[in-house]
Design a protein around this ligand. Structure first.
Ligand SMILES: [Zn+2]
Length: 490
């Protein structure tokens, strides 16, 4: 998943932001080129176009406009290496190609017959299923291939739910089909449903114990479930079976976590699994767990949803936090699948820490409820709203940016804010809060709940927004500005 963060001091640098936004958007007009990658000394990679080094700054473009960085933060620029114009860049999700389904006899013919003319040929699939019903193993394999084709077709439309249904159906005919087991496990992993993923992958392990893909995906599932030592074991096993750059990268991250956490103590409650360094007191740890459980009930009530997976929480001393998360300095806490909170010097739960926990916990709910598909603007808007922030103090700046047409478009705020320069990130947080506050002020949290539900199943965020709120992005932005003006500026 992408990492979500909470700013230490949101909007402290807000003055002058409208001016920077004006400058950014005026400079953003230049032409497109194939993407470049800016590699920072911290190791972070930023995908951008038209990267130009000028004086002590490096300028680059994203769909949010033209941005710049201090040159001394930049290790190097890799030209033409990036594939997308606007990438989150800091995703901690594994970038793994879906597993292959072994081409069996007649594979291409079955695929062509199962999906054609823009639709699944259900009569053909039903016929294959009847043939397989007699217990013919070859016929069962053909059913698996046909459902695989149908699942790929549904995925092409963005319908993961239907794709999973096809694989499950295939397994009733061919319960030991490795390709199908891997694919359905993989889809669950992408939706951050680690427990069901583990189930299918363990079945795959029994079918083929020495398979590198099985080990690779099992490592991902264990990592998601915060069972780092098992993740490390699986990824080492995967590498022993086959060299793989994705796995090497994932293993390095898991080893960093494991080393740091080996000296940690643990605490557990019904919904949380807490690890903390000996430097934090057990009283603080207990207080944090109590606070988290309280916030859990509150968010559960607002979103009418209860995350099925246990939520991992790690407390850090400040330096360890920076080393492990590699997050920019302005980040106060982070949620990259586990809630990571710096607690240096604290002995009890302060109100600021309580808000931080609420904020990060909201991210976990949203992430699990949408299967990891919620855009960052919605994530950050809800998380700030849940911790009790309201947009009043930012109304002036948000409204004037909108009126001067230099506001960040929501479409450019679907990916991570971690790549944005500080002042633009501050703006993005405030604007996200404004939009979410507008939605809740208009129709209550029920609309947020419905919106999250649709995002999980629909092909694009904007279509989910349209179908829930009856507004497209442009109108949602306009209505938000009008709401802010009416509520706070008149
Ligand atoms: Zn956040």
């Amino acid at each position: 998943m992408s990492a979500f963060d909470r700013m230490n001091n949101p909007m402290t640098r807000v003055a002058g932001i409208v001016l920077s936004l004006v400058l950014l958007s005026a400079a953003a007009a230049a032409g497109d080129s194939s993407g470049d990658t800016i590699v920072l000394k911290s190791g972070r990679r930023i995908t951008a176009t038209n990267v130009v080094e000028d004086g002590d700054r490096v300028y680059y473009e994203t769909s949010a406009g033209r941005l710049s960085l201090r040159r001394d933060l930049v290790e190097r620029v890799e030209r033409g290496t990036a594939r997308s114009r606007w990438a989150a860049g800091s995703s901690s999700e594994m970038s793994v190609a879906p597993p292959r389904v072994d081409p069996s006899e007649g594979y291409d013919d079955i695929v062509a017959a199962a999906v054609h003319d823009g639709a699944i040929d259900r009569a053909y699939v039903a016929r294959l299923e009847r043939e397989a019903g007699a217990g013919d193993a070859a016929a069962a394999r053909r059913v698996a291939v046909a459902h695989h084709a149908a699942a790929r077709f549904e995925l092409g439309k963005g319908d993961t739910e239907q794709a999973v249904a096809h694989y499950r159906r295939a397994l009733t005919f061919a319960p030991e089909h490795l390709g199908v087991l891997l694919n359905v496990g993989y889809l669950h992993l992408h939706r951050n449903e680690f427990t069901p993923a583990l189930d299918y992958l363990e079945r795959a392990r029994r079918v083929e114990p020495e398979n590198a893909d099985v080990a690779k995906l099992l490592g991902w599932a264990y990592y998601g479930l915060n069972r780092i030592e098992l993740a490390v074991r699986e990824w080492k096993r995967a590498l022993a079976l086959r060299p793989d750059a994705d796995v090497e990268q994932a293993l390095a991250k898991a080893l960093r976590d494991e080393e740091e956490e080996s000296s940690y103590r643990e605490g557990e409650t019904r919904h949380f699994n807490l690890r903390y360094h000996g430097g934090a007191t057990p009283e603080l740890a207990r207080g944090i767990l109590r606070t988290l459980e309280m916030h859990f009930s509150a968010i559960e009530g607002e979103l009418r949803y209860s995350p099925p997976e246990p939520i991992g929480v790690i407390l850090y001393t400040e330096q360890a936090f920076a080393n492990i998360t590699r997050a920019p300095g302005w980040v106060g806490a982070i949620n990259d699948g586990r809630i990571r909170v710096p607690v240096q010097g604290l002995t009890s739960v302060t109100s600021d820490l309580s808000q931080t926990l609420m904020h990060e916990l909201a991210h976990s709910f949203i992430h699990q409820k949408t299967g990891g598909r919620a855009p960052v603007w919605l994530h950050e808007g809800i998380a700030q709203w849940m911790e009790g922030h309201r947009a009043g103090q930012y109304a002036q700046i948000l409204v004037s940016a909108h009126e001067q047409q230099v506001s960040l478009p929501l479409a450019a705020m679907e990916g991570s804010f971690l790549n944005l320069p500080n002042e633009v990130a501050s703006y993005a947080y405030a604007w996200s809060l404004g939009v979410v506050e507008y939605i809740i002020a208009t129709n209550g949290t029920g609309d947020i709940e419905r919106l999250l539900e649709r995002i999980r199943t629909e092909s694009s965020v904007e279509s989910a927004v349209r179908n829930t709120l009856r507004l497209d992005y442009t109108l949602l932005e306009t209505e938000t500005a009008r709401y802010l003006k009416r509520t706070y500026l008149q």
